[in-house]
Design a protein around this ligand. Structure first.
Ligand code: ATP
Ligand code: MG
Length: 422
């Protein structure tokens, strides 16, 4: 028998011939009958959360629904420790998998079909699913029965489905170790889920399960990766950008918005706050010794981030710093700048080197945006010889001479906020 008994988007009909087809259509009375194509959403860590598990699952379901909102004809439900995306067509099931691959909390996505728990239906479904996996030379059946409702146990299922397929696919071989196509059949909650097609997803925890953070986001390579890493651990993000305005143009602000558009589908971007920082940098540059300028700029940024965290009830601040990457990121300078932060300052990239960060930015899709040359506050009023080992007492003394509270009040009054609906 050829491997093309059904077109790529034609639902498998369990019985042969016109009679079978009518029987199939009769099943449409079942509300799920039109949604035979599925994308099984596997999670992992979520499943380890004990009593919190239902809330993690609810959040993941919400995020999945949000991500798939533009696909008109899919449904999301829960089934036995997984989420199930049901679609009316195979292309829609594959598209759902494409859209979900970056959603934190999902470890794997398997596209296939749902059949009735009848051996013949399962065999026909298996044949159809295998046809989608072409080209392949060898295959293996891996069937599991979640409970004893079905009369055959897992081993018997493997044998019966395998034998049925071998009869119809004489040109294919069965291989237990390292087959080209690994056919999974899962008998769960009254249905059989049959799939070959599985892809790895991003993992982590569902966005929204870890609370909110304020992420200091420049248009450089590092901080978008830091924000992404926090979202992948379940955090929602308020992005805080310091623009060089009015001393520079607003190019960095546009780039930061583009970066957030890349991150938005993950479901964790809450808002963007933009501070026109150029004027404050000018004042600092005029008032403090050149070597300490950058440390003072960074300290002021963290002090602003602190206030922003208070305003939006965030629980931590996040930067894209990596140890020793530039003068302001030595341990001494990190200590001297961080001293004003009342919230924990998280630095998810601290132990990474630039190449690793850039590789991650490429995967994430922010690399191209961050490569665009732009002026921002980081290039403004830079000293020739910045201090690399600032002493906290020295920085505190300079800090005490600046009208910090008045500046913070003014900055918070002027901050521009762009909400992101998720
Ligand atoms: P990035 O680190 O994002 O590549 P960068 O290299 O321009 O940006 P660094 O000097 O490495 O900036 O700054 C260290 C961290 O300080 C950044 O990762 C970011 O969290 C924060 N930061 C720097 N500049 C800005 C800015 N203009 N707006 C918001 N945060 C900033
Ligand atoms: Mg950097």
């Amino acid at each position: 028998m050829s491997l093309e008994p059904l077109g790529p988007s034609e639902p498998p009909c369990p019985r042969e011939g016109q009679e079978g087809r009518e029987a199939c259509e009769g099943e449409a009375a079942d509300a799920d009958a039109g949604f035979r194509f599925v994308c099984l959403v596997h999670y992992h860590e979520v499943g380890l959360k004990g009593r919190n598990r239902p809330s993690f699952e609810r959040k993941l379901k919400q995020n999945v629904e949000g991500r798939l909102a533009s696909l008109a004809d899919v449904r999301v439900s829960r089934v036995s420790g997984r989420l199930l995306v049901s679609a009316r067509s195979w292309p829609d099931a594959l598209k759902a998998a494409d859209m979900l691959v970056q959603v934190p909390g999902i470890v794997r996505l398997s596209c296939g079909i749902r059949a009735a728990q009848r051996l013949e239906d399962v065999c026909r479904a298996s044949l159809w699913v295998l046809a989608q996996a072409e080209p392949f030379g060898t295959f293996k059946v891996d069937a599991r029965r979640a409970n004893t409702d079905f009369p055959l146990d897992s081993m018997q299922l493997n044998q019966r489905i395998g034998a049925w397929l071998c009869e119809r696919l004489p040109e294919k071989g069965v291989r237990m170790r390292g087959p080209d196509a690994h056919l999974h059949v899962e008998m769960v909650e009254g249905s059989a889920f049959v799939y070959v097609h599985t892809r790895k997803a991003v993992g982590g925890l569902p966005v929204g399960t870890a609370g909110s953070v304020v992420c200091l986001l420049s248009a450089g390579f590092d901080s978008p990766v830091a924000a992404w890493r926090m979202m992948r651990r379940g955090a929602s993000v308020t992005a805080l950008h310091f623009s060089g305005r009015p001393e520079t143009a607003d190019a960095s602000e546009h780039l930061v918005r583009d970066i957030l558009e890349v991150l938005r589908p993950l479901g964790g971007v809450e808002r963007l706050c933009v501070v026109a920082f150029g004027g404050y940098q000018r004042e600092i540059a005029e008032r403090v010794p050149p070597a300490l300028r950058v440390i003072l700029y960074r300290r002021l940024m963290l002090a602003v981030a602190n206030r922003i965290a208070e305003r939006w009830r965030a629980k931590a601040l996040v930067t894209g710093e990596s140890l020793g990457q530039v003068a302001s990121q030595t341990l001494d300078n990190i200590r001297a700048t961080g001293a004003v932060a009342a919230y924990p300052v998280l630095r998810p990239l601290i132990g990474m080197d630039k190449q690793e960060i850039i590789d991650e930015a490429r995967l994430l899709g922010t690399y191209g945006i961050s490569s665009v040359a732009h002026e921002d506050c980081c290039t403004l009023f830079m000293p020739r010889n910045p201090e690399t080992h600032a002493r906290p007492s020295q920085v505190d003394a300079v800090w005490a001479g600046l009208p910090i509270d008045a500046w913070l009040d003014r900055i918070l009054a002027d901050v521009e906020v762009l909400p992101f609906d998720r």
